[in-house]
Design a protein around this ligand. Structure first.
Ligand SMILES: O=C(O)CCC(=O)C(=O)O
Length: 242
């Protein structure tokens, strides 16, 4: 699935492409310029405090604030420099010139938010209530998770388990919410000790940084146990066009 031709790469290094192919994720210290970061934060805050009311505003699994597809209502989420830069990176990671954004959302963990996002593989969300274990996950899609705040283990940064994207989907279950609800929260316990809270590789980032992972890469975020640092995540998926 992943491009092994490093000859014309410049959005990511040859070594990063190699690591991504092996591990299923990458940490990108800087995806955004300061002006883009500020504009995204301004929209984000208006959505979170309901100055802008969006129909996709819900509680993921009944526990964590999730705003689905802001791009359906706000032009800036359809096209911005973060997306442009992510597309350049996606072209190199996927080994194709033709890519498109096919999904976007916001997931907000305010200070003292007690809920983790449990270990899961995004591919499991492709059916209701979940895709059965054993599915082939070679879907040609990537998820970018953009930090609009400085993030670390304390306020809920991303954690990944390397290598599992090359296997088949692990068994999932409904962790929270109704199995018939699109806002259900899925989890897996398929990794033994590796799926304990805070296991795996944590990816602290400065605001404006991002991670990128495949739909098969297991990931997790902890509760936000900080008392004064919100965690604003802007998330979008990019896939190859057929
Ligand atoms: O931001 C989070 O807490 C979780 C994000 C996540 O798991 C996802 O987008 O699949």
């Amino acid at each position: 699935m992943l491009n092994q031709d490093f000859s014309h790469s410049n959005a990511v290094t040859a070594q990063e492409i190699e690591h991504f192919a092996r591990d299923g994720f990458l940490s990108l210290p800087r995806l955004l310029d300061d002006a883009t970061l500020q504009t995204l934060r301004d929209y984000y805050d208006k959505i979170v405090n309901k100055t802008i009311v969006l129909p996709g505003d819900r509680q993921l699994g009944g526990v964590t604030r999730q705003i689905m597809q802001p791009s359906a209502h706000i032009e800036y989420f359809r096209s911005n420099p973060a997306i442009d830069r992510a597309k350049s990176i996606a072209r190199e990671l996927l080994g194709t010139q033709t890519v498109e954004v096919n999904f976007d959302m916001l997931i907000y963990k305010p200070p003292m938010h007690p809920k983790p996002t449990p270990w899961h593989q995004d591919f499991a969300y492709n059916a209701m209530p979940f895709v059965p274990a054993g599915a082939n996950m070679d879907s040609g899609g990537l998820q970018f998770w953009v930090a609009l705040d400085n993030v670390d283990v304390e306020n809920g940064c991303m954690h990944f388990l390397p290598g599992y994207h090359q296997q088949r989907l692990k068994p999932h279950y409904v962790y929270a919410g109704e199995a018939t609800d699109a806002g259900r929260l899925l989890a897996t316990q398929a990794f033994g000790d590796a799926d304990l809270p805070n296991a795996g590789v944590s990816c602290p980032l400065s605001a404006g940084g991002a991670t990128v992972h495949t739909y098969g890469t297991p990931h997790y975020t902890p509760p936000n146990i900080s008392t004064n640092r919100g965690r604003r995540a802007y998330i979008f998926n990019i896939r190859r066009c057929n």
